[in-house]
Design a protein around this ligand. Structure first.
Ligand code: TYM
Length: 378
């Protein structure tokens, strides 16, 4: 059994490890992405994204049904999000890199919810800080290269009328005891925390609500967000909407190897605004290595790339699976040393950040073009 509230959107236990993902996802009621489903994704998308090949996106809810519909001509839309509690790190980009691929391959609309209200309720952040992080995080996300014509950024506090009116319909069907048992909330928690999940459900049916007909929704996220959508799936049919489908990822482990990269610990991950020398220092000094203690041992026995932060980060950012697999084999066999692996990862991260930075100005200038508005769906 899962330890009580081992994973919630606001807490991931430090003892949580790779081997536990499949168990937790299945206990939550999700299914593991199996070979026939991989085949189906590949058929419809043209190829299989590396995150699925590597088992980073590993579980789903009703993705098979959604793709079945798509095959028969039923277009869906994508929905994902970000809680702007601070600077973004590489782990936060996982769902967005993947979502961008889905958007391009299926040519569908995407709603990105920015839950600044959530971070106001759950953290001690001031409204000023939240506004700043909201803006910075949106620029970070959009700089991945999302297309404005199909991308709709929904900032909660800026769209409060719409979200509140739909949110209360969801809230009416959620009891305090459900929220307590799903999220581990206590009587002493503020009542905003109890209500918040209703707001995170709204974008899962907002396109259907606006257009007046059911449009299937697919939500990519890491497993910590699953409890919200377990609730959405129970309630949306009661409101006349389809259950949303989802595709679920693991966490990118922290620099130190276990736990998830966290916004509250600077040295737990690589942040998008880290300077080159900081990135190098973090990799050289803190990154968990799957290499051996000495060069001789490394040459003789090779490394364990699977647990190596530098290798995993490199692989996440390298679009060519064959090249990544060559590096994997060379590192594993001892041809590549740990320090060399760290430099390979360093160069990949720096290139990736340069590409992001090259798009920032244009995204900042044109931010209005990406903003959510109901008319854009009509
Ligand atoms: P947030 O801001 O905590 O996280 C943003 C997205 O990143 C995922 N994530 C990670 N993925 C891989 N490795 C990590 N170390 C890692 N840390 C976080 C999260 O699962 C999430 O997908 N309440 C949400 C915002 C939200 C949302 C959504 C997310 C609103 N609607 C719909 C996903 C789908 C939040 O605070 O996410």
């Amino acid at each position: 059994m899962t330890d009580e509230h081992e994973i919630t959107p606001w807490n991931v236990s430090d003892t949580f490890q790779e081997a536990q993902y499949e168990r937790v996802a299945t206990e939550f009621g999700a299914k593991i992405i199996d070979e026939p489903l991989k085949y189906e994704i590949k058929e419809l998308a043209g190829d299989l994204h590396r995150f699925i090949q590597y088992g980073i996106f590993f579980a789903h809810r009703d993705l098979d049904l959604l793709l079945d519909g798509y095959r028969k001509g039923r277009k869906f839309y994508l929905y994902t999000g970000r809680g702007p509690s601070g600077k973004m790190h590489l782990g936060h980009l996982i769902p967005f890199i993947f979502t961008k691929w889905l958007q391009e391959r299926f040519n569908v609309d995407l709603v990105i919810q920015i839950t600044d209200d959530e971070k106001f309720i759950f953290r001690d952040s001031s409204r000023e800080d939240l506004d700043r992080f909201t803006r910075e995080n949106i620029v970070d996300i959009l700089s991945l290269g999302f297309k404005p014509e199909k991308t709709h950024v929904l900032i909660d506090t800026k769209n409060s009328g719409l979200l509140y009116n739909y949110g209360i319909q969801v809230a009416k069907h959620i009891t305090a005891s459900t929220v307590k048992s799903v999220f581990g909330l206590k009587d002493s928690d503020n009542i905003g925390k109890f209500f918040f999940t209703s707001i995170q459900s709204v974008p899962a049916f907002i396109v259907s609500a606006i257009t007046g007909h059911n449009v299937p929704c697919l939500i990519p996220y890491a497993i910590d967000q699953d409890p919200h959508f377990k609730i959405s799936r129970d309630i949306l049919p009661k409101l006349g909407y389809d259950k949303p489908a989802s595709i679920i990822s693991k966490f990118i482990p922290s620099l130190k190897g276990t736990g998830k990269m966290s916004s509250s610990d600077e040295n737990s991950g690589i942040y998008l605004d880290d300077e080159n020398r900081t990135i190098k220092k973090k990799l050289m000094k803190y990154a968990f290595s799957g290499g051996r203690d000495t060069m001789e041992e490394q040459r003789k026995f090779g490394a364990n790339p699977d647990v190596d932060f530098a290798f995993n980060t490199y692989r996440m950012l390298e679009p060519d699976v064959a090249t990544a697999s060559k590096i994997y084999n060379e590192y594993k066999s001892g041809q590549i040393l740990s320090g060399e692996m760290k430099m390979i990862a360093y160069e990949k991260i720096v290139d990736f950040f340069e590409a992001l930075n090259s798009r920032r100005d244009s995204v900042s200038k044109n931010m209005e073009d990406y903003m959510f508005s109901p008319d854009r769906f009509l």
